[in-house]
Design a binder for this molecule. Structure first.
Ligand code: HEC
Length: 395
């Protein structure tokens, strides 16, 4: 095994070469910090610095975390739904209908976050009467043609553009049709009756006389007659505000999952370009004067961890065990980060003598100071800003 004296190490490089390698390592380090900022903006829930476990599992596996059994598709409850509820005064959960059919896109971070529908005042804005919308915009979009979604019609969101439509077969869709149509008609009836804040917030709209509720799913109905409630005939109780039903949690997670095209693109970018980068930082580390063992361990570590990391991205899509691979991304990603950090700092350290190391320490101190300042002035306010943005959904 060659010793330090008869093999080339970073220490032996001429100063210009050392300066190039040093600047390279520092800029890779900075680049890595920016990659963290990118991960924050792309993958973390608003207000969180980094993705939570639930973000991670949602993103790669498309299922909620902590794991929970998948709710049966709506019409599988067919037996329960067949028995009409006996209600002395029927109320409908209008807010639940808007939440399940509209918020997928009309919430912060959704496809149409320009128009939020998360609370009553936002919904009421769509009720304003204008020349183009004599009954308000909400009525316009709820009475348009069924088909592609445009600014004039959202009728399709009850059918083809609803969350679980793809999972239903033709027969199930036929059974679902009248139920979805009933939801649309209830919203129109609610608007007709004034679309009040009280009924929205109580999530209980007293069905008008003569409204045919045959097709309304039992889970959308509540008993409004206090006497009947006392007798224990409440029907399904409303979900507490801010809390999501299992179906919503599964839908949210599915909506957050990265699609195959994106993942393919990310995979090839990481494997080709990042491999070049980690090969260079690894080679630099291979020429340090750290022990033979350490060099054999750390030089290829980042490249190997990256391959494992990317394998986990794909394995996370497996049904059942998938979420565990999504969680493993935390470990493999961590090893990549620590590995790069070790390669950079240990290489820099071993490249210089006493004087050089003093300069490095000084640079590091300045770096930490600047980061602290950035954290106080930019990162913290940004996170607080994001927290405020998500607050309205919670209540
Ligand atoms: C799949 C995503 C999606 C869902 C679900 C959805 N919308 Fe939309 N909505 C959009 C998009 C996109 C636009 C803008 C269409 C355009 O301008 O062409 C829009 C536009 C609107 C508009 C017109 C104002 C605006 O922002 O342009 C209203 C009102 C509206 N939607 C209400 C609803 C209601 C009510 C529901 C639930 C019953 C709903 N939307 C469900 C995507 C959606």
């Amino acid at each position: 095994m060659p010793t330090t004296s008869d093999r080339l190490t970073l220490r032996d490089l001429p100063i210009p070469a050392k300066l190039v390698v040093t600047s390279f390592l520092i800029s890779v380090g900075l680049g890595y910090l920016w990659a963290m900022a990118q991960i924050h903006f792309k993958h973390a829930s608003p207000g969180e610095p980094m993705p939570t476990l639930a973000d991670l599992v949602g993103r790669f596996s498309g299922v909620p975390w902590p794991s929970e059994p998948k709710p049966e598709p709506e019409n599988k409850d067919a037996k329960e739904e067949e028995k009409p509820l006996v209600l002395s005064r029927a109320g409908v959960k209008v807010k639940t209908i808007i939440d399940t059919r509209c918020l997928r896109c009309h919430k912060p971070g959704g496809d149409r976050e320009e128009t939020l529908l998360t609370n009553h005042s936002q919904v009421a804005k769509q009720l304003e009467v204008k020349a183009a919308h004599p009954k308000g915009r909400l009525v316009t979009v709820l009475t348009g043609l069924r088909g592609k979604l445009t600014s004039k019609t959202m009728v399709g969101v009850f059918f083809e553009f609803s969350e679980d439509w793809e999972e239903l077969n033709n027969e199930q869709r036929k059974l679902e049709e009248p139920k979805r149509e009933a939801e649309r008609l209830v919203l129109l009836a609610w608007i007709e009756a004034g679309a009040t804040k009280e009924t929205f917030e109580a999530n209980a709209f007293p069905l008008p006389q003569g409204f045919d509720r045959t097709h309304l799913a039992n889970r959308l109905l509540v008993e409004l007659d206090p006497a009947a409630i006392r007798m224990g005939r409440g029907g399904p109780q409303p979900v507490p505000p801010g809390e999501k039903t299992p179906r919503e949690r599964w839908g949210d997670a599915k909506g957050r999952q990265i699609n195959v095209e994106h993942l393919t693109q990310s995979t090839h970018a990481h494997l080709l370009t990042f491999s070049m980068l980690w090969a260079l930082t690894g080679i630099v580390f291979a020429f340090t004067n750290h022990s033979y063992f350490l060099r054999c361990l750390i030089s290829p570590l980042v490249l190997i961890a990256q391959v494992l990391d990317i394998s986990c991205w794909w394995l996370a899509r497996l049904e059942g065990v998938g979420p565990y691979f999504a969680l493993a991304v935390l470990g493999t990603g961590g090893v990549v980060g620590l590995g790069v950090g070790a390669q950079i700092t240990l290489s820099l350290w071993s490249m210089y003598g006493k004087k050089g190391r003093c300069v490095l320490l000084l640079l590091a101190l300045v770096g930490v100071g600047l980061f602290g300042l950035t954290y106080q002035k930019v990162i913290k306010p940004q996170l607080e800003e994001e927290k405020k943005l998500v607050a309205p959904i919670a209540n």
